[in-house]
Structures are given as structure tokens and as C-alpha cells.
Design a protein around this ligand. Structure first.
Ligand code: DTR
Ligand code: CA
Ligand code: ZN
Ligand code: ZN
Length: 316
């Protein structure tokens, strides 16, 4: 594993990892009363879409994709990293090899907060080779990037430590996130109080699915959407479908949001969520048409704001 640390200079020192009491579910943590938690700022969907436009341009300039091991992926990572470095995050690029090609994870720590209680938020940054991957998963990558930049812009300094991650090679089987988790010491795993995953959150015929994993994280998301008058459904496609899986397998509380892929929206779902019954949530899933025109702005906006709300609620 090769690490390079840039952004804010941090004292490089081996800090003896404390043997910590293993964390339980986020539900074990006494939640701060609603009134005690600062409300998350709005995440401007226009800013999220501006990042998607950049990712589209990067794909167009690099053979039409942002796939693992191709130039478009590293260019995407460099774009995200530059924004975070400029905003004051401590960024680390983690290198790995998969299918004979070099891959990279980008980890960004927001200085401050209790580093024994890390609230981690992640999305995979890679696309398939077939296309630019704007919904899958530029949408998640751009939304967590704008959330991180909003943390910096508003000088948010919560009790817990905030960490954000952009994973490589998810499309090859969650390779980057598996690499990250497998290289965490037991002590460092215990410091992650929760991992929030966002993979496809702007689907053109959107659904509103909440991962049914950690109860406290799930409730945070469901309550937010209830406040918007949106009835969500549990994401039941199977645990192994995205980058939360390695964290869950390591016993870390996980949660996340999903707006749907190639499954078909039912009539009942169309009644409560709008859109078109009998059509896939994203009919450009893993296809070349997954471009900036393959995004539902309302879904992207709502998911981005739900994401920020969870980060604020769970880190206060
Ligand atoms: N595997 C993801 C898309 C995906 C399919 N089902 C789910 C459920 C939860 C999150 C993501 C997904 C991909 O193709 O990147
Ligand atoms: Ca918003
Ligand atoms: Zn995919
Ligand atoms: Zn994906």
C-alpha cells in the first residue's frame, strides 16, 4: 500500500492506536436531541451538477469513460482531490493493483473532531468502461464532494471526526473499499462509528431506497424523507452490492441511499414517487448513455440534502 499525504500538512507520527472498546451500533450512541443538532446547510444541486459536468468532460477527454485503470479515472480523482486540498482537507491517495492495472482510493479527513469516533462517508468514483458513469457513480461522488466542501465553507466542526472517501474499482467488485478496510488495524476499524454509502442517487426515473442496515442510520434517513413527505423503501437488492459491504463485514455500522438501477419501477412506486411505471429506475445503467442528461435533478437534490443531514446529525 503506497500512501501520499498532501493538503494540510499533518505531523507524520505513528500514534499508538489505543485499544478501544469495540463500537456497537450507532443506535448504542445516545443521540443528541434534535434541538441540540445544528441543521445541515442546503447542498445546492447546481453545485453538484457542476461537478458532474466536470466529470463528463473528463470522460469525454479520456476515451469516454472514467473506469478503473484508465486515464479518465485518475483525472477524476485529481479533480476531486484538488477541490478538497484547496478547501483545507487532509487528503491521502491510497494505491492498489487490480486486474493488472493501478487503482486509487482518495481519503479526505476534515481536521478536528474526536478521531476515536469517525463518521465516514463514501462513494465509488469509477465508472464502467462502457460510458462516463454520471449517475453510476458520479452522482454519489459529486454529492459527497459538495457536502465536504460545504463542511469547509461553513466551518463546521462537529464533535466527531469527519472522513470522506472516493473508491476505486467498485465496478470490479468493491476492490478499492475492500482494500481500504482490509488494511485498517483492528483499533482503527473500531474508531469508525458509522459508514455512509452513496452509489447512484440521481437516477432519471428515481426511487427512494434506504439501506436497511444500522437502525439509527436508517432512521436518520427515513425521518429526513418523511419530513419531505416521501415514503422510502428498504434497499433489499442484497448486501454485497456496493462499497458498504466491506465495512458491514468488518462489523462497522453502515447505511446509505440508492435511487435505483436496472430494476423496473412498479405502478405503486410510480404513484408515490412519480416517474414511469414499467420502466427501469435507470435505463442507462452501465451503458454509454449514462451521461449528464441521465440525471433527475430533484432526486439528486433531495438525496444530496438527505446526505448532508445525516452527516450533520450523526457527527454532532
Ligand atoms: N452495484 C452498483 C449498483 C447497485 C445495484 N444495486 C445496488 C444496491 C445498493 C447500492 C448500489 C447498487 C454499481 O453498479 O455500482
Ligand atoms: Ca439542496
Ligand atoms: Zn455500476
Ligand atoms: Zn455504482
Amino acid at each position: 500500500m503506497k500512501l501520499s499525504v498532501s493538503g494540510r500538512t499533518t505531523a507524520v507520527g505513528a500514534v499508538a492506536a489505543l485499544t478501544l472498546l469495540a463500537g456497537g451500533s450507532m443506535a448504542d450512541a445516545a443521540p443528541a436531541p434534535e434541538s441540540a443538532v445544528a441543521a445541515a446547510p442546503d447542498i445546492p444541486v447546481a453545485a453538484v451538477k457542476a461537478h458532474l459536468t466536470q466529470l463528463q468532460s473528463i470522460a469525454t477527454a479520456n476515451g469516454g469513460n472514467r473506469a478503473h485503470g484508465r486515464t479518465g479515472y485518475k483525472a477524476s480523482l485529481d479533480y476531486v482531490k484538488a477541490k478538497l486540498d484547496a478547501a483545507g482537507f487532509t487528503t491521502t491517495t491510497q494505491q492498489f493493483t487490480s486486474s493488472g492495472r493501478t487503482g486509487y482510493n482518495l481519503i479526505a479527513d476534515w481536521p478536528g473532531g474526536d478521531t476515536n469516533q469517525v463518521v465516514m462517508t463514501g462513494s465509488h468514483l469509477d465508472s464502467v468502461t462502457a460510458g462516463p458513469g454520471i449517475n453510476d457513480n458520479g452522482s454519489g461522488s459529486a454529492a459527497i464532494l459538495e457536502t465536504a466542501l460545504t463542511v469547509a465553507r461553513t466551518a463546521y466542526h462537529p464533535t466527531k471526526h469527519l472522513r470522506f472517501a472516493w473508491w476505486g474499482a467498485e465496478e470490479l467488485g468493491m476492490v478499492g473499499s475492500r482494500y481500504y478496510v482490509s488494511n485498517l488495524s483492528t483499533a482503527n476499524r473500531a474508531k469508525i462509528s458509522g459508514y455512509l454509502n452513496f452509489d447512484m442517487i440521481g437516477s432519471p426515473n428515481p426511487g427512494y431506497f434506504v439501506y436497511d442496515d444500522d437502525p439509527a442510520i436508517e432512521k436518520t434517513f427515513k425521518d429526513y424523507f418523511t419530513g419531505l413527505g416521501i415514503a422510502t423503501e428498504p434497499e433489499t437488492e442484497g448486501d454485497g452490492r456496493s462499497d458498504h459491504a466491506p465495512f458491514k463485514n468488518a462489523g462497522i455500522p453502515v447505511g446509505g441511499l440508492f435511487s435505483g438501477a436496472d430494476y423496473i419501477k412498479t405502478a405503486a412506486q410510480a404513484t408515490k414517487w412519480g416517474g414511469t411505471a414499467g420502466q427501469a429506475f435507470d435505463r442507462c445503467y452501465h451503458r454509454s448513455c449514462d451521461t449528464t442528461s441521465n440525471i433527475n435533478d430533484t432526486a439528486l437534490d433531495r438525496h444530496g440534502d438527505a446526505l448532508a443531514n445525516a452527516v450533520w446529525q450523526l457527527s454532532s
